[in-house]
Design a binder for this molecule. Structure first.
Ligand code: NAD
Ligand code: ZN
Length: 356
């Protein structure tokens, strides 16, 4: 056992919208589990949302809730049935744990993100991985090669969302593509779509600094700054101008109603708008426009079987996640980290908490 620090520091929120850096019990791994020293965890928009608003959809915080689900670390103790991993192995943590029963249709058919009994760390009431020591089932730990840093390992989680979306979107070589929104999800979608051969690619955002970051990641990307006050059709004209044509595929990474409209108006006949962003419970659609142009509108919920692909894409140099981390804090600096992640003036893309 390699317990190098005595305190199991964790970052929690509660129904009073407090953000607390707390000392928690050191957990003991069960027979099929590993105890992981979590070395890097990214803050996701949903972590900030749970803290600020107390819930997302039907997931409501009713007691203390540990945050975090974008993590990588090192195995420091193993349960008696653990065979594949050993102490000292560096791992990325896949944080949705489905039931994996053959009687579960979602699990049996390989769409385990739809398992009705899935446990997702950081979704109430299950504590997240933004803590020093965390017990994780061996089956959902992905071994990292030495060439992948803990920071990159943690970024495999948002990358997974993009990989799942791009796979289901049916993107093909040479497809003219629009990505709406240049937040972390838009950026990893950009990296993945670039690697997958989309061409040309336009990315949109309201914020100039995010578009500048997108351009640094993929110099050939064309950027469009969306005008807040302009209508969706006018913004779609800007996009089509930059793309030089209409989009075969739009990957929507904001969930904002006006942006989804813009995506629909920017699409070609028979094109599709693949919505990764999440937003308001009920939204309107330019229904007849989409209908008369056979525009498919589809959605993504998390991911299945994306970590091995993400590891391979990073290892083989097709995707470089490193530039996405703009702000780093020690685990004990949880408050400062969440401040940077939630205050637009910090101009953060991805904030990570690191532990030596
Ligand atoms: P983010 O808030 O950091 O990024 C969203 C970006 O969109 C921001 O840069 C913002 O300036 C930009 N934006 C806002 N309105 C816009 C508009 N009208 N036009 C163009 N750009 C606009 O969030 P993120 O972490 O990048 O996540 C993006 C979305 O994906 C969120 O809705 C998030 O909840 C969702 N998400 C979905 C899944 C899933 O499984 N489907 C998983 C993770 C995240
Ligand atoms: Zn299941």
């Amino acid at each position: 056992v390699l317990i190098r620090k005595p305190k199991n520091v964790a970052i929690e929120t509660n129904p009073n919208h407090e953000l607390n850096v707390v000392d928690t019990e050191l957990p003991e791994p069960g027979a099929d589990d590993c105890l992981v020293h979590v070395r890097a965890t990214g803050i996701c928009g949903s972590d900030v949302h749970f803290w600020k608003t107390g819930g997302i959809g039907d997931s409501i915080i009713k007691s203390d809730l540990g945050l975090g689900h974008e993590s990588a670390g090192v195995v420091i103790k193993i349960g008696s049935n653990v065979k594949r991993l050993k102490i000292g192995d560096r791992v990325a943590l896949e944080c949705g744990i489905p039931c994996s029963k053959p009687t579960c249709e979602a699990c049996r058919t390989g769409r385990y993100n739809g398992c009705p009994d899935i446990i997702f760390y950081s979704s109430p009431p299950i504590h997240g991985t933004l803590r020093r020591y965390h017990v994780h089932p061996e089956a959902w730990l992905h071994h990292l090669p030495d060439s992948i840093s803990y920071e990159e390992g943690a970024l495999l989680e948002p990358l997974s969302v993009a990989l799942a979306g791009i796979e289901r979107s049916g993107l093909r070589l040479g497809d003219p593509l629009v990505i709406c929104g240049a937040g972390p999800i838009g950026m990893v979608s950009l990296l993945a779509a670039h690697a997958a051969g989309a061409a040309p690619i336009v990315i949109t955002d309201l914020e100039e600094n995010r578009l500048a970051m997108a351009k640094r990641l993929v110099p050939r990307v064309r950027t469009v700054q969306i005008q807040r006050d302009a209508d969706a059709k006018a913004n779609a004209e800007l996009i089509k101008g930059a793309l030089g044509r209409e989009a075969k595929l739009v990957i929507e990474c904001t969930g904002v109603e006006s942006s989804i409209h813009t995506g629909i108006y920017a699409s070609c006949f028979g094109g599709s708008v693949f919505v990764i962003g999440v937003g308001k419970d009920f939204q309107q659609l330019p229904f007849m426009h989409a209908s008369f142009r056979e525009i498919d509108i589809r959605f993504q919920f998390r991911y299945t079987e994306t970590y091995p692909k993400g590891i391979m894409l990073v290892t083989e140099g097709l995707i470089d996640l490193k530039p996405l981390v703009t702000h780093r804090f020690a685990l004990e600096q949880g408050r400062e980290a969440f401040e940077a992640a939630s205050n637009p003036s910090a101009k953060a893309v991805k904030v990570q908490l690191l532990d030596e």
